[in-house]
Design a protein around this ligand. Structure first.
Ligand code: GLU
Ligand code: MG
Length: 652
């Protein structure tokens, strides 16, 4: 997640004072990137995926499952010259740090080719290698890299191994020790500076799943701690809402894992069109991959991680959020002055607020400015500079919106940069705007012809991580094949973006995958008409209905036309991937979230009070770990007869 500069981070008051310096120079760097790359064309459709893992210690003697926070050295050995690093490289795998000390991220070393069927079939193999290599690196066979979206007992009692106390100065959390945070100085500084900017800890409140004996006041919130007097009583001053799971630290969100895919478009216009198309697909993919029904040891009345992370990095002051400050806290937090602030409806981690517009596309032009109908404030100064430098209004708006944020961490050694060759100031703002999509311009070295540096890219970011490589490969492939199909057949998926925002909220509802309806434009081929919007279930959107043929059938058409001479290959694994997407969206098989929730509710020691105790946690992690190894009994229940039979006969 983001840029890892080396050096000394500035103190908060200096960070605050240099914010404008970073934005000013970041704007120039952005302009220079555009100047260098605007005419770059005919780049190959390359793509990659990112998988985030949690290292979990499963102790069969004590029957506990905990987050392992002392194994982060594996990232060093996997990234330093030597045998282990070489093994990763030889396997076409590369490892990266993530927010949690218990987390690792892994990607393919070389991108996949989106025009090559073999590469779609290879993704899962690459994911298996990542799991195996990181697993091998661990000196403790009871620790496993698992692809869990959220760790069920995070923040409850001693949920880490080794044990650590929640008494750290970076987060001041009542629940999370600072020892869960990546040791790289950027991460504790991010954590502390988000809190400092707000002048209050983050306050995440997720509705609790109400069972027969669920308490409305959470007894697990410590009431009388007096370690950090200014922060410790926030929960009693109103930061913790009754009937909700209260969380007070960045780690609850950024300690979650997801699946992301990034694709390279052939030029800027194509990138803008694919970005806008996927804005409408993002909430659907979030719901479809739902995998996070438990937070801080309690069943939640929602299935996904998204708003937890949004809350976890929400550095806005009460004034910006249009809320009253807690007693004793300031309305403008720890920023410069109220004049320097504006009202900001959403956190810096949230869904896309504005389309980029496909307006420069010579071939067609579906975007209408009225589709950008959300209140998304902009930085006027940045907007003006960009317009003066040739950016069109919609594109300038996009970046001017990202630039309403302050940089949260600035490194002393990186204050002065060469804007002709460096992009750290731009990246500082860009990479701490965590939205459902990210539009990535090439850097200045990207000369207008094809070269080795990456071109115009789009990252799709909403998906939750699934337990098995099979599912993660399926969702990654599906998103990319859908993007390929979009580029080929040019549907018009535009909705007023406020309708996408509604879909984002819907995607949080418990069992939204099968029970909820999403706004969807059904006249996707009548391209220039006004949108005909229907409320459809995911089943109707993915598998088709009277008014829309279904996303899966669009993908199938693309596959059948593009890989028509490779039918044998298509009929195996790839068709199973599509079945997974189809059966999850129809409810024929459960989402991961539903599987986990049902497991908890039916567990013998569950007391119908929403509490996921240590024993349930252990049994759940055990079963998910076995599932990640395709235990034959579990895959039958998890994937249903058809897919599990195929898996078993194909050597899983
Ligand atoms: N782990 C974050 C998530 O679940 C994403 C962090 C990143 O941008 O890599 O969305
Ligand atoms: Mg990441």
């Amino acid at each position: 997640m983001g840029l890892l500069s080396v050096g000394t981070p500035l103190e908060w008051k200096d960070t605050r004072n240099y914010a404008e310096h970073v934005r000013d120079n970041g704007t120039i760097q952005l302009i220079n990137c555009f100047k260098a790359a605007i005419n770059r064309n005919n780049d190959k459709f390359l793509w990659g995926d990112e998988v985030e893992y949690m290292l979990v210690k499963i102790d069969d003697d004590s029957k506990t499952a905990k987050l392992a926070i002392d194994k982060d050295y594996i990232l060093t050995s996997l990234n330093e010259d030597g045998e282990h690093y070489q093994k990763a490289l030889d396997s076409n795998v590369i490892f990266h740090p993530e927010y949690g000390r218990f987390m690792i991220e892994a990607t393919p070393l070389k991108p996949y080719d989106g025009e090559n069927l073999d590469d779609y079939l290879y993704v899962e193999k690459n994911m298996q290698l990542r799991r195996a290599i990181s697993n091998n690196e661990l000196d403790d066979s009871t620790i496993k890299p698992l692809t869990l979206t959220s760790f069920p007992r995070m923040g409850v009692e001693d949920f880490t191994f080794p044990k650590a106390e929640p008494n750290g100065n970076a987060s001041k959390s009542l629940f999370l020790p600072d020892e869960i945070i990546n040791r790289h100085v950027r991460f504790p500084t991010l954590t502390a500076n988000i809190r400092r900017r707000r002048d209050q800890k983050v306050a995440i409140n997720i509705p609790i799943y109400k069972d027969k004996f669920t308490k409305s006041i959470d007894p697990m919130i410590p009431k009388n701690r007096n370690l950090f007097p200014f922060s410790d009583n926030e929960s009693t001053l109103g930061a913790a809402k009754p009937g909700h799971i209260y969380m007070d630290s960045m780690g609850f969100g950024m300690g979650s894992s997801c699946l992301q895919v990034t694709m390279q478009a052939s030029n800027i216009n194509e990138a803008r069109y694919i970005y806008d198309s996927l804005v409408n697909i993002a909430p659907l993919m979030l719901s479809l991959t739902s995998a996070a029904p438990i937070f801080r040891g309690l069943l939640a009345d929602q299935d996904v991680r998204w708003n937890v992370i949004a809350g976890a990095v929400d550095d806005r002051t009460p004034y910006e959020r249009s809320e009253k400050p807690l007693q004793g806290h300031s309305e403008i937090g720890n920023t410069l002055s109220v004049e320097s602030l504006q009202r900001i409806p959403k956190s810096r981690y949230d869904s896309v607020d504005q389309y980029l517009g496909d307006i420069n596309n010579g071939e067609f032009n579906y975007f209408k400015s009225e589709y950008n109908d959300l209140n998304s404030p902009i930085n006027e100064k940045v907007l003006k500079t960009l317009i003066n430098n040739g950016f069109d209004q919609t594109l300038a708006n996009h970046f001017a919106h990202l630039f309403i944020r302050d940089p949260i961490v600035i490194f002393n050694e990186r204050l002065n940069q060469d804007n002709e060759t460096e992009t750290d100031h731009f990246e500082n703002i860009q990479s701490t705007n965590w939205q459902t999509l990210r539009f990535k311009p090439p850097n200045q070295s990207a000369i207008p012809t094809n070269n080795k540096t990456p071109g115009w890219r789009v990252e799709l970011r909403p998906m939750e991580i699934s337990i098995t490589d099979f599912e993660n490969a399926a969702f990654a492939d599906f998103s990319i094949l859908l993007s390929r199909a979009i580029l080929k057949y040019k549907p018009n998926f535009y909705l007023p973006i406020s309708k996408v925002e509604e879909n984002m909220k819907t995607a949080h509802v418990r069992d939204s995958t099968i029970n909820c309806k999403f706004n969807f434009r059904v006249n996707v081929w009548n391209n220039s008409d006004s949108p005909i919007i229907r409320k459809l279930t995911l089943n109707e959107i993915f598998n088709g209905c009277d008014e829309f043929e279904g996303l899966i059938s669009i993908v199938e058409k693309y596959i059948n036309e593009t890989f028509k001479d490779e039918k044998d290959k298509v009929n195996g694994k790839l068709s199973m991937y599509l079945k997974l997407v189809s059966y999850r969206s129809s409810g024929k098989i459960k989402t991961t979230a539903k599987f986990i929730r049902d497991f908890v509710i039916n567990h013998k020691s569950y007391e119908h009070d929403s509490v996921v105790n240590d024993s349930i946690n252990y049994d759940l992690i055990k079963i998910l770990s076995d599932l990640s190894n395709y235990d034959h009994d579990i895959i039958k229940e998890f994937f249903g007869d058809e897919i599990s039979k195929w898996m078993i006969s194909n050597g899983y």
